[in-house]
Design a protein around this ligand. Structure first.
Ligand SMILES: Nc1ncnc2c1ncn2[C@@H]1O[C@H](COP(=O)(O)OP(=O)(O)O)[C@@H](O)[C@H]1O
Ligand SMILES: [Mg+2]
Length: 405
């Protein structure tokens, strides 16, 4: 078996860490070399495993062994930034210093949004390249940051392809001029070299994340109105970024056996939302876990959660693998179909710019590099039907840059 990457995302508090821990524990028990990687700055993975340590004790983000086959790792962003971002970090903190922010503040601020995510991606690539693990489980931060994580490979790829060389050359030309008129530092070429080498270390990670046989995203949810809504949105954005969601996990279901009248309404509304979830997300498989009598702490409870979710099965099995983006050719026409569940026509903008397609939903935008066969064509038609956006690329006489759906 090649490497498997499982990514758990969802709203804060729904049970991502518990489910990620349960998955890791079972995978290790089945003999896979497994790591659970926490990308949430508010780490709770070690606590979930009841790993003893002092409150302020950190191990600088290194992996910790739980048993022979299982390791956990809580990424320490500050540490990683210093380790991985040498020149980039130095440039940013100098810039912040010069612009009047003290050094300490600058150090804090030098952790720009997105750096945690990049650190996570670096580790994934490193572990895959070095074949350290069979299974890599990502315990993600709540939905918003998870989306930043999954959009990062596309954004970086786009930046390197479209902006990087232009900026580097521009900096070369104007650096001497700028130096003579202002004290604000221009990035040295070493900054660009550092970015480039960082990018090299990230190369290929987009392929790993976008391959449904390697990476499956799993959305953890609770049967409650607000949580379900967020799960629907997350599902749509995961599809936008080309990730395959292979299951929805409904956690914290009050067990049948609870008959206390206090929970009567809770139970009724929960069973309503369980039905809604089954209805909304079909045909994506759904896994369920009850609300335990206590918090999920320690390997015994973690193992019990794995029993509820996976019964006696293998948690690394690909449960669904239909990719969100599909290209087809019929006659002289090429078609791109994108599964975008829950999307309304007015929420989506579609543009074509040269060799790429730009899809925008709300604040999220994806640059999709087009296959070579399509780069000289523009879409002549676009429609949304049953959750699927279909773009037809054909005769360029009817083509438009901005595509009306
Ligand atoms: N099925 C469950 N039954 C009881 N407690 C749970 C269950 N799932 C999660 N918890 C508890 O809820 C809290 C939040 O869960 P956690 O897995 O940390 O969520 P997240 O990672 O999504 O923020 C933790 O204290 C955890 O032990
Ligand atoms: Mg968590």
């Amino acid at each position: 078996m090649g490497v498997r990457i499982l990514l758990y995302s969802g709203k804060g508090g729904v049970g991502k860490t518990s489910v990620a821990a349960a998955t890791g524990y079972r995978a290790a028990a089945l003999g896979y070399r497994t790591i659970v990687l926490s990308l949430d700055v508010a780490h709770s993975l070690a606590d979930c495993f009841d790993h003893k340590r002092d409150l302020m004790d950190t191990n600088r983000g290194n992996p910790v062994r739980i048993n022979d086959r299982l390791a956990i790792q809580e990424i320490d962003v500050q540490e990683e930034v210093e380790r991985n971002w040498g020149e980039v970090y130095k440039y940013l903190s100098t810039l912040l210093n010069v612009t009047g922010l003290g050094e300490v503040v600058a150090e804090e601020l030098a952790i720009l949004p997105g750096m945690e995510e990049v650190c996570g991606l670096l580790y994934i690539n490193k572990y895959v390249r070095e074949n350290t693990y069979d299974v890599i489980i990502l315990d993600c931060a709540p939905t918003g940051e998870s989306l930043r994580f999954i959009s990062m490979p596309c954004a970086l790829e786009w930046y390197m392809r479209k902006v990087f060389t232009v900026e580097r050359n521009l900096a070369r030309v104007i650096r001497p001029v700028v130096k003579s008129v202002t004290t604000i530092p221009m990035p040295e070429d070493s900054y660009f070299a550092a970015l480039q080498s960082l990018f090299k270390r990230l190369e290929g990670v987009d392929k790993l994340i976008g391959d449904p046989k390697i990476t499956s995203a799993r959305l953890v949810t609770n049967p409650e109105k607000m949580v379900v809504k967020e799960t629907q949105r997350a599902f749509m954005y995961f599809c936008l970024y080309g990730l395959c969601v292979d299951s929805i996990i409904i956690n914290r279901i009050i067990p049948e056996a609870v008959n206390d009248s206090y929970f009567k309404n809770w139970k009724r509304s929960q069973s309503h939302y369980v039905e809604c979830i089954e209805d909304y997300f079909a045909p994506i498989p759904i896994l369920k876990a009850n609300l335990f009598v206590d918090e999920i702490v320690g390997t015994q409870r973690i193992a019990k959660l794995a029993d509820l979710l996976f019964e006696s099965g293998d948690p690394t099995t690909v449960l669904y693998s239909e990719p969100p983006y599909r290209y087809t050719k019929s006659g002289g026409d090429y078609k791109l179909q994108v599964t975008l569940p829950f999307i309304k026509k007015d929420d989506l903008e579609v543009h074509v710019a040269g060799d790429e397609l730009i899809l925008r939903i709300g604040n999220f935008k994806r640059h999709v590099p087009l296959p070579r066969a399509l780069t000289n064509m523009n879409p002549s038609a676009a429609k949304i039907e049953k959750n699927i956006l279909t773009l037809t690329f054909g005769d360029s006489k009817h083509a438009k840059k901005k595509v009306k759906i």
